[in-house]
Design a protein around this ligand. Structure first.
Ligand SMILES: Nc1ncnc2c1ncn2[C@@H]1O[C@H](COP(=O)(O)OP(=O)(O)OP(=O)(O)O)[C@@H](O)[C@H]1O
Ligand SMILES: [Mg+2]
Length: 246
């Protein structure tokens, strides 16, 4: 079977917009579609993918960067065949890697056995790590919410990533919206400004409604897409995943 080996980053301007929630549930959904999926927890100093899966990984990126472990040693086996490249929790130095350290990390990904998707869960904002992890991704997904601060920060992130990574295409996922109409309305707001001032191509990739089942599942460290298969957010995420594997 030919695996895709596609690296996609999930990023945002403002924090707390739902990146890690989308990443972990997307990994679950892609896995259940037969896609071999890795998550790279690129919030290196304050990662929480392991927490969302209720796991305590033995090793993490620090062991790799310090040369103590090989990439295949630090990969943690999550549920449903999901593989996790864990970050640390509270190792401040890792929030700004040197160029050399970043290269160690990213070149080690080439030594991973075959996979379909490597989903990169970045931290919010525009640190040098975030810019770099977006630069090495095949596709960039920006998570935006209707919060005015999220809209303006998203514009700023697109502008900066356009300048620093050479990427021209950005996929927008609207999160925490009422419905598709609100998602499209918000998307058009960013599009109007971007079209006027930036040389970019924005694609509305999908939306996820605000859904009480998400908060309920998150508090219990459960995947909402697994535990609430018929809730509106799960149906919306399924449309996004269908488009991804298309
Ligand atoms: N569509 C939604 N409906 C309801 N709650 C949501 C939705 N999306 C995310 N949340 C909740 O929002 C909170 C923040 O989500 P999450 O931690 O995934 O954000 P993040 O972007 O990864 O944050 P950070 O920038 O700190 O990494 C979580 O409690 C999550 O359950
Ligand atoms: Mg997060």
């Amino acid at each position: 079977m030919i695996r895709k080996r596609r690296t996609i980053s999930i990023t945002s301007g403002k924090g707390g917009v739902g990146k890690s929630s989308i990443v972990s549930n997307m990994a679950y959904m892609l896995s259940s579609m037969g896609q071999l999926t890795y998550i790279f927890d690129a919030d290196l100093s304050l990662g929480n993918i392991d927490v969302m899966f209720g796991m305590v990984p033995k090793f993490n990126v620090r062991d790799l960067i310090e040369g103590k472990k090989h990439i295949t040693d630090i990969v943690a086996e999550g549920p449903f065949g999901i593989k996790i490249i864990p970050a640390t929790s509270g190792v401040a130095e890792l929030s700004h890697l040197s160029m050399e350290e970043r290269q160690i990390l990213v070149s080690s990904f080439r030594e991973l056995p075959d996979y379909d998707f490597l989903i990169v869960d970045t931290s919010a904002g525009l640190s040098s790590n975030v810019v770099y992890f977006n630069a090495i991704s095949d596709d960039i997904f920006i998570v935006v919410t209707p919060d005015p601060a999220s809209l303006t920060d998203s514009y700023a992130v697109i502008k900066a990533l356009r300048g620093k990574t050479g990427q021209k295409n950005f996929n927008i996922i609207m999160n925490l919206v009422k419905d598709e109409n609100e998602a499209l309305e918000m998307f058009r707001k960013i599009l109007t400004v971007a079209d006027k001032f930036l040389d970019v191509y924005l694609d509305f990739f999908g939306y996820i409604p605000a859904d009480g089942n998400i908060s309920a599942a998150t508090k219990r460290q459960k995947l909402w897409a697994e535990h609430f298969p018929r809730t509106s957010a799960t149906a919306a995420l399924a449309r996004i995943c269908d488009r991804l594997v298309m």
